[in-house]
Design a protein around this ligand. Structure first.
Ligand SMILES: Nc1nc2c(ncn2[C@@H]2O[C@H](COP(=O)(O)OP(=O)(O)OP(=O)(O)O)[C@@H](O)[C@H]2O)c(=O)[nH]1
Ligand SMILES: [Mg+2]
Length: 582
């Protein structure tokens, strides 16, 4: 099968084009460095199938960061039939250099100028034929986001595959002449609206408070919209159990009914009721990221982060970790300095990911009045960042950053509805896949632990779970974490998605009944201490595995697991021992 590769600078729309051509769902975002690994998909071109490969963005083929390495190794070692060189049509002056470097690889090239819509809006005109004449390669002008120029592009690719032609690498003089005669840029080509908005949002004094204000308002909105839906779903699941499932299983042996209803059903339905809130949360994050506001946040906070040995990119990775820590850890590949990369990897696991979010939403709903809910959750986000900052202060001397921070600030781009929906769906699918995979196994295990040996009262001190809980109580007791919560924490070590499902099994209740049982058993101080511990201790096995494979250093991985455990204990201890006196 013939193979086509997409190469270009970061944030030029390679993944958008990849998705448009193949119908795949590669992650897209208005931030350089979204794609950090190869992605490939097949598509039908003319009458044959070809493979299209999406690559990380690169500024320079001679670079030495991990993602640039991915691209050069790929071009050297794989047989590639045509390279689509994707450039931002409104930045040709800067980006054509990359084309010249690629021409030296001796692979047939096709020049694709993307973001034709933005170039046109800026008043830039490009004479496609003339440019093609100067460089000796086919050129086409497209808009991957809106779909213009796709037919022409497909036609050119088919032709290039049929009759591969290599152009001579252009020297600087040729490029200069090509730009001069084929690309017309008006004297004042600037993103007007972007500049206007940035005058406020990038204000040195107002910028950061505004950013945190916007994030806080988003939270309020997510809660305000999502909580009623979540309550309705939870009530629906309870009603379904009482009306249909219990009667249907009435004749089955009690042990089996217990496993199916108190175990699997309660566990899954409790988690499922949080899905609407999680979806809304992701949509909000997707919009913040796609518009380009996240890049601005990185820029604003860079100076502050430098004091902690980190930089603006680390901050964005931390925010990305709020979705899931795993892709955020992989995102550190764009960092050139190994010290900076390791330090960032050390702090990302403190990011309050969606799995932890679900645990917190549950406890907050159980123990705090609705009026306080957004505030309590916001405080946990603040704690999440505080834990990350404290960690970088502790470790910054071991991991020194020797790479200056250069970040291009992209213009504001408003995501299309299609982009938002795709992105939201992508995250939700990921969440559900993990949730169902871990939860079913987890709740069944918890059920076994809380129901055996058979002679013991279910969930009591004589079950296996009870023994485990009392064995750990000298360690977790001083944090206000009782034996029942302890079991949930142990399973949370594997994945946080199991925590609430486990509690549903341990308490043999679901939905509203579970909430009131926990509210009855646990004080808000204990609950907050439990949440702090959940926030800071080990994120999940997938994160540990990613840390291990990205850092390629066993000692580092051990510290990256042991330190958060110790910190979690200390923070919860300090909180619980202080707050319980009030
Ligand atoms: N206006 C406009 N925006 C586009 C177009 N193509 C992509 N974008 C936007 O540009 C941003 C970057 O798109 P991506 O597809 O993630 O870019 P990429 O080249 O894969 O980026 P990296 O993976 O970071 O190298 C997103 O906000 C897209 O919505 C286009 O033709 N016109
Ligand atoms: Mg990409």
């Amino acid at each position: 099968m013939k193979r086509i590769a997409l190469v270009g600078m970061p944030n030029t729309g390679k993944s958008t084009l990849f998705n448009r051509l193949t119908g795949a769902q590669a992650k897209v975002g208005n931030w350089p460095g979204i794609t950090v690994d190869l992605l490939s998909a097949k598509l039908l071109l003319g009458d044959s199938m070809v493979e299209l490969v999406d690559l990380p963005g690169i500024y320079d083929l001679r670079g030495f960061s991990e993602d640039e390495h991915v691209v050069t190794t790929f071009l050297r070692q794989q047989s590639v039939d045509v390279v689509l060189v994707l450039l931002n049509a409104s930045q040709l002056e800067r980006q054509l250099q990359l084309y010249a470097q690629l021409a030296q690889f001796g692979i047939p090239l096709l020049l694709v100028l993307n973001m034709a819509d933005e170039a046109a809006a800026l008043g830039i005109t490009i004479e496609r034929e003339a440019l093609s004449g100067w460089l000796g390669v086919p050129v086409c002008l497209v808009s991957a986001k809106h779909g213009q120029g796709m037919e022409q592009l497909r036609g050119l690719v088919v032709r290039a595959l049929r009759a591969p032609a290599q152009a001579a690498p252009p020297d600087d003089a040729v490029i200069e002449a090509a730009l001069k005669s084929a690309v017309h840029v008006p004297a004042q080509a600037s993103h007007r609206l972007t500049e206007k908005i940035d005058r406020v949002l990038l204000d040195p004094w107002l910028g950061l408070p505004l950013f945190f204000g916007v994030m806080f308002l988003l939270f309020e909105a997510v809660f305000w919209l999502g909580t009623p839906v979540q309550n309705a779903l939870a009530a629906g699941f309870s009603a379904l159990r009482a009306a249909a499932l219990e009667p249907a299983l009435a004749a089955a042996p009690p042990l089996l009914t217990g496993l199916l209803l108190d175990g699997v059903y309660n566990g899954l339905s409790t988690v499922a009721s949080f899905v609407p809130l999680i979806i809304l949360f992701f949509l909000a994050m997707a919009i913040v990221e796609d518009t380009g506001y996240l890049s601005r946040a990185a820029f604003l906070i860079d100076a502050l982060m430098a004091r902690f040995g980190l930089d603006g990119r680390s901050f964005v990775m931390i925010l990305m970790g709020f979705g899931c820590n795993v892709p955020a850890l992989m995102g550190t590949r764009v960092m050139r300095s190994r010290g900076l990369r390791l330090l960032t990897m050390m702090v990302i696991p403190f990011s309050l990911c969606s799995a932890r979010l679900q645990v917190f939403l549950f406890f907050i709903a159980a123990l705090f009045p609705p009026r306080l809910a957004p505030l309590v959750l916001f405080s946990l986000y603040v704690m999440s960042i505080a834990a990350a900052m404290l960690t970088s202060l502790v470790f910054k001397r071991r991991f020194v950053n020797n790479d200056p921070f250069v970040l291009e600030i992209p213009p504001y781009r408003f995501p299309t509805l299609r982009q938002i929906v795709l992105r939201g769906w992508h995250e939700v699918r990921h969440f559900l896949r993990r949730a169902t995979r871990f939860i079913v196994a987890g709740v069944v295990l918890v059920w076994l632990l809380t129901h055996f040996p058979v002679a013991a009262a279910p969930g009591g001190v004589d079950t296996w779970a009870g023994h485990l809980g009392s064995w750990l109580s000298p360690v977790l007791g001083p944090l206000g974490i009782d034996p029942k919560l302890t079991i949930a924490l142990i399973f949370g070590f594997v994945a946080k998605e199991i925590v609430i499902g486990s509690l549903a099994v341990i308490y043999a209740r679901e939905g509203g009944a579970l909430v009131s049982a926990i509210a009855h058993d646990v004080t808000w101080v204990q609950a907050y201490s439990f949440m702090l511990f959940t926030l800071i201790y080990t994120p999940c096995l997938s994160t540990i595995a990613t840390l291990r494979s990205e850092a390629k250093n066993a000692a580092f991985s051990v510290v990256a697991v042991a330190w958060p455990l110790a910190l979690a204990w200390l923070v919860s201890f300090a909180f619980y021992q202080t707050a319980r006196h009030f």
